[in-house]
Design a binder for this molecule. Structure first.
Ligand SMILES: [Zn+2]
Length: 408
C-alpha cells in the first residue's frame, strides 16, 4: 500500500514525458501522489492504487491540469538601477552612442550594481523571483555579470546562493564574469579575460559559488579566442559551460560551446547549419530568447526548422535584464516563442520544462515522472496549449515545490 504525504485526484497531467509519446505526455483523468518531496506515483484515476484515504491530505483537482513547475533557464535578475529613462531618451530620438557617451547603457547598470550591497540586491532579485513564482516558475537560473571585478562578481554569486536558500524558487547560479568589458579595462579585453581566468574563476570554483560558466561571445562582447580561454579554464575546474552565442552575428560560439560539451547556446539568431550539427552531436541545448529579439526589434529569426530537423532540444527563457529584455514573465515568453519564432505550444512548454532543465544540466525535474522532484503547477485551463495561447490572465491554481504548497 502507498503512504503518500499528499494525493492530487481528478486532474489531467501534461507530464512532458517523452516516453509516454502522445502530445505533452498527457494523461487525462489522472492522479498523482507525493512522498518526501518527490513524485511517488502517477497515472489514471481508473488505476488508482490503494492508500490510506482517511489519513492522507487530498486535493481535488476538478479537471485542472498539472504540469511540471516551470523553469526559466536564462535570466539576469541580479542588477540595480533602471534604464527606463534611457528607453525614453531613445524614443525621443537620442542615439545609443550619445547615451553611451553620457555614461548610460550597460555601464550605468554596472555602476549601480557595484554600489548596491548584498541586502539591496537580494531584495531586488527577490521581487523579480516573486513575479516568476506567481506564474508557476519553480526553478530559475541567475547570472552574475554586472559586477565585472572580483569583489562585485563574488557579491552577486553569493546573493545567488542566498536566494536559493531563502526563496522558494530553486536558484541555479551562473558565473558570467565575461559579460562586458569593465571601464577599468577599456581597450584591454585580453587583460580582462586573464583576470577572469586567473583570478575570478579559480576563486569562484573554490568557494562553490557557480553551477555553470557563461560568456557573451559577440563582436560587441568577447571574441571566439577569448571565449575559448574562459571555457578551457572552466573545464579544468570542473565547471560546465554555456554561451551567449550568435545573437547579433555569427562568431561560431555555438560550435565552440558544443566542442566543450556545453549545456547550452543561447540566443542563436545567426546560428548556421554547421553550428546546429555541432550542437546536435554534443547534446547542447538551444536556448531561445524571444524577449530580447522583440525588445531590440530584431528581424533575424533563429533557425527553428534546422534545430527541429537535427533534434536539438529547444528551451525558452526570459533573459530578464535591464538593457535588452526588461520583461520578467515566462508566460509572455511562451506566447512570444509561438508568435515570434513559430514554435508549437507543445515545443514552447517543453522549452520551459524538460528542455529548460536540460539547459541547466538538471536531471531531477522538468518532467512529471516517478522519482522526480515534486515541483508541480496546477492550472485552471482546458488544455496545455492555453499556457502559450493566453497571456495576462493568472490561471495558476496551486504550486508545489519539493512537495510543499507554495503561497504565491
Ligand atoms: Zn542573457
Amino acid at each position: 500500500m502507498f503512504s503518500p504525504d499528499l494525493v492530487i485526484l481528478n486532474v489531467h497531467l501534461a507530464t512532458m514525458d517523452e516516453e509516454i509519446g502522445n502530445g505533452y505526455g498527457a494523461i487525462e483523468d489522472g492522479a498523482l501522489f507525493i512522498k518526501d518531496g518527490k513524485i511517488e506515483w502517477l497515472g489514471k484515476m481508473a488505476e488508482l492504487p490503494e492508500f490510506d484515504a482517511l489519513a492522507t491530505p487530498t486535493v481535488q483537482g476538478k479537471g485542472a491540469w498539472l504540469t511540471p513547475g516551470l523553469i526559466d533557464c536564462h535570466t539576469h535578475i541580479l542588477f540595480s538601477g533602471s534604464r527606463a529613462q534611457e528607453f525614453e531618451q531613445r524614443l525621443n530620438g537620442v542615439s545609443y552612442q550619445e547615451i553611451a557617451a553620457q555614461g548610460g547603457g550597460i555601464a550605468s547598470t554596472v555602476r549601480a550594481t557595484r554600489q548596491a550591497d548584498k541586502e539591496a540586491l537580494f531584495v531586488l532579485a527577490k521581487t523579480r523571483l516573486n513575479s516568476l513564482l506567481k506564474e508557476g516558475v519553480t526553478t530559475a537560473e541567475s547570472k552574475s555579470g554586472y559586477g565585472l571585478d572580483l569583489e562585485n562578481e563574488f557579491k552577486l554569486l553569493e546573493v545567488n546562493r542566498l536566494l536559493d536558500e531563502h526563496h522558494p524558487i530553486s536558484v541555479q547560479s551562473t558565473f558570467l564574469g565575461a559579460h562586458a568589458l569593465p571601464p577599468e579595462y577599456k581597450g584591454n579585453a585580453d587583460g580582462y579575460i586573464e583576470l577572469v581566468c586567473e583570478q575570478m574563476l579559480p576563486k569562484v570554483a573554490k568557494a562553490n559559488l557557480a553551477d555553470a560558466v557563461d560568456v557573451f561571445c559577440e563582436n560587441v562582447g568577447f571574441s571566439y579566442t577569448q571565449t575559448r580561454k574562459v571555457f578551457e579554464k572552466a573545464q579544468s575546474l570542473g565547471l560546465p559551460v554555456k554561451c551567449h552565442a550568435e545573437q547579433l552575428s555569427n562568431q561560431h560560439g555555438s560550435e565552440l560551446v558544443a566542442e566543450f560539451s556545453g549545456l547550452s547556446a543561447d540566443h542563436i539568431e545567426y546560428l548556421d547549419e554547421s553550428g546546429v550539427k555541432a550542437m546536435a552531436r554534443a547534446g547542447t541545448v538551444a536556448v531561445l530568447l524571444p524577449t530580447a529579439y522583440y525588445f531590440l526589434r530584431e528581424t533575424q529569426q533563429p533557425p527553428i526548422q534546422l534545430l527541429r530537423n537535427n533534434n536539438v532540444p529547444m528551451a525558452l527563457a526570459s533573459d530578464f535584464n535591464p538593457g535588452t529584455a526588461p520583461l520578467c514573465s515566462l508566460r509572455l515568453v511562451l506566447n512570444m516563442g509561438c508568435t515570434l519564432f513559430r514554435l508549437t505550444p507543445e515545443e514552447a512548454l517543453k522549452g520551459v520544462t524538460i528542455n529548460g532543465a536540460k539547459a541547466l544540466g538538471l536531471k531531477d525535474r522538468g518532467v512529471l515522472k516517478v522519482g522526480m522532484r515534486a515541483d508541480i503547477a496546477m492550472w485552471n485551463i482546458d488544455h496545455p496549449s492555453q499556457l502559450s495561447y493566453q497571456f495576462g490572465v493568472n490561471d495558476l491554481l496551486n504550486l508545489w515545490i519539493l512537495g510543499k504548497l507554495t503561497q504565491c
